[in-house]
Every structure is written in C-alpha cells, then in structure tokens.
Design a protein around this ligand. Structure first.
Ligand code: AMP
Length: 220
C-alpha cells in the first residue's frame, strides 16, 4: 500500500504516520525528518536547507525532490510507504508522478487531514519532539511521563525552532499558498479521502486504517 498524508502543519501527519507505519507495515517517509537529520549532521543539503526551515519557508523543490528520489532507491520502500510532508507544492506533485512512474509505483489513497487553524496553533505551540527517535509529545495534550524525556527511548525532548509562534503563522501562510492546491489535484485524480483531524488522534487513526482498506473510489 502507498499512501500520502496531506494537511497543514499541526494536522497530525507525523503522529499518524508513525503509528500507521507500524500498524500497516509500511515505511514512513517524512521529508521534514530527513531534512532535520541532514541539518543535525551538517551535510551540504542540511546547510542549504537550514535557513529556509528556521524561517518556516519551503526548501527549494529540486533539493527536496532529489532527497526523496534517493530515499526511493532504498530497498525497504518496496514494501509500501506513507509519504508525510511531500508533496508540498504542485511542482513536487508532478515530480512525484514522474518518480512513481519510473519505479512503477501507484499511490492508493491520499488522506487529507483537515484541521482548524485554532487547533493547529494549539498543537504546534505545545509540541515536543524527541532528539533521537523523533517521537512527538505535547506539553498539555500528551505530556511525557518524565519532564522533557522521551517515553519511547529516554532521549531528551526539544521544541522545534519552527514551532515558535511567529514561524507557525508563516508556515500556515505557506501552506495556504503552496500546499492547499494539492487537495484539488488529488481530488481530480479520485484519490482524496478527507478525514476530520480535529478529532482525537486515536479516532483519526482508526478512520484512516478503515478507509485505507476500502476498495472503492474514495468519497471525499
Ligand atoms: P515538517 O516536519 O513536515 O513540518 O517540515 C519541516 C520543514 O521542513 C518545513 O517547514 C519546510 O521548511 C521543510 N520541508 C519539509 N518537507 C518539505 C517539502 N516537501 N518541500 C519543501 N520543504 C519541506
């Protein structure tokens, strides 16, 4: 199975993708995580991407697409994948179509995690991320058992640089301008499934799993 998760920052794409990848035995490909790994290792790509990310802007399409193309060349992707955070522009969606064709892969469904702005801001401003395994927590909605320590691996938690209030606003603007048109793009291909992502994360998860198993053309 090959799935794309769409939706604004804070819609819960990363949280859902992590659990879904285990439940459905799929590879989780997060371009945000891949970029952050490059930034922390100070690779050439990381150095080029860092300023865009800290400002809440998109990293240029060519850089992200070639990073994804490399990831697609790895063996594990063959078992199926969840794309989280890619595509984010129409140009990336077209590049993805080319990459998929080369690999003879077909996207089964595109889940649009539809979320209100109020919830997004509340989720992002309280989000805490593990510095080692990138598990997500939340200061009030899902606090770790021990203050600023990851329940899963024991490493320290941090607040993402781009989860500061000013940067959140910028990211939401960028989403509206660049990424929202992808909803129509995948709707017109008959692949879009809308899920109300203001709901509790477990309810959203079960709905995605149920609908991923339906064989019919998705009803938006
Ligand atoms: P995320 O973890 O998905 O919220 O991504 C964090 C940041 O990484 C974004 O705000 C962008 O700066 C960058 N990024 C991640 N995925 C992409 C993408 N597909 N295209 C451009 N920039 C991206």
């Amino acid at each position: 199975m090959k799935i794309i998760l769409l939706g604004p920052p804070g819609a819960g794409k990363g949280t859902q993708a992590k659990v879904l990848s285990q439940r459905l035995n799929l590879v989780h490909i997060s371009t945000g995580d891949l970029l952050r790994q490059n930034v922390s290792k100070a690779t050439q790509l990381g150095l080029e991407a860092k300023d865009y990310m800290n400002k809440g802007a998109l990293v240029p399409d060519t850089l992200v697409t070639s990073m994804l193309s490399e990831r697609f060349n790895q063996e594990d992707v063959k078992k199926g994948f969840i794309l989280d955070g890619y595509p984010r522009t129409l140009k990336q969606a077209e590049s993805l179509d080319v990459l998929l064709k080369e690999k003879q892969y077909k996207i089964d469904k595109v889940f649009y995690l539809d979320t209100s702005e109020k919830i997004v801001v509340q989720r992002l401003s309280g989000r805490l991320v593990c510095s080692k395994c990138s598990a997500n927590f939340h200061k009030t909605n899902m606090p770790p058992k021990k203050d600023m320590v990851c329940d899963a691996c024991g490493a320290s938690l941090y607040q993402r640089q781009d989860d500061k209030e000013e940067t959140i606003k910028k990211r939401l603007q960028v989403y509206q301008q660049e990424s929202a048109p992808l909803i129509e793009y995948y709707k017109s291909k008959g692949k879009l499934v809308r899920v109300d992502s203001d709901q509790d994360a477990n309810v959203v998860l079960e709905e995605i799993i149920r609908r991923s198993k339906e064989n019919d053309t998705p009803k938006v």
